[in-house]
Design a protein around this ligand. Structure first.
Ligand SMILES: [Mg+2]
Ligand SMILES: [Zn+2]
Length: 163
């Protein structure tokens, strides 16, 4: 793999509900996310999810509950033939503890690049928050900011045209 797309989770892959997704039943996949990701995968991109999950630090849900949510996500992608390459999350929250992984910091993104040996120049990010874009641009990754829950197919086409 020599190119990557990093995806934020809430508002990009699943419906942003305006609060923490604390259990599997609150996790609603956005159908366009499946097909957009498939298009990227078919073009040879690796796909890594990078998500802030500060609700863990706040005690709203546990790592185990988050694992169940992510298993639901992974399974939904598998059903359309897409293997997500990695899912990274930051379980911290600045009200509880300081960390360097929570976006707009870039450690999760850097981890993805290091893990797959892909350069920032060959990596793109899609997110719906300023902090997603900030984390990416900090390390030279081109980022696309979408409107929360919007279909981001046009950015997939832009990425495919750029490569
Ligand atoms: Mg988001
Ligand atoms: Zn963190």
């Amino acid at each position: 793999m020599n190119k990557l797309v990093l995806l934020d989770r809430d508002g990009v892959i699943n419906k942003e509900i305006g609060d923490y997704v604390t259990n599997v039943s609150d996790f609603e996949l956005l159908p366009h996310a499946l097909y957009n990701t498939k298009k990227l995968k078919d073009a040879g991109f690796g796909i890594v999810v990078v998500t802030n999950q500060g609700g863990i630090a706040k005690g709203k849900y546990s790592h185990t509950e988050l694992d169940a949510i992510h298993n639901k996500m992974i399974t939904a992608f598998e059903q359309v033939g897409v293997q997500l390459d990695e899912v990274y999350y930051c379980p911290h929250h600045p009200e509880k503890t300081h960390c360097l992984c929570r976006k707009p910091d870039s450690i999760m993104l850097e981890k993805a690049l290091a893990r797959f040996g892909v350069s920032a120049a060959n990596t793109f990010l899609i997110g719906d928050a300023d902090r997603d874009i900030e984390a990416a641009t900090k390390i030279g990754i081109k980022a696309f900011k979408i409107t929360t829950n919007e279909n981001w197919e046009k950015y997939v086409d832009e990425i495919l045209a750029a490569r």
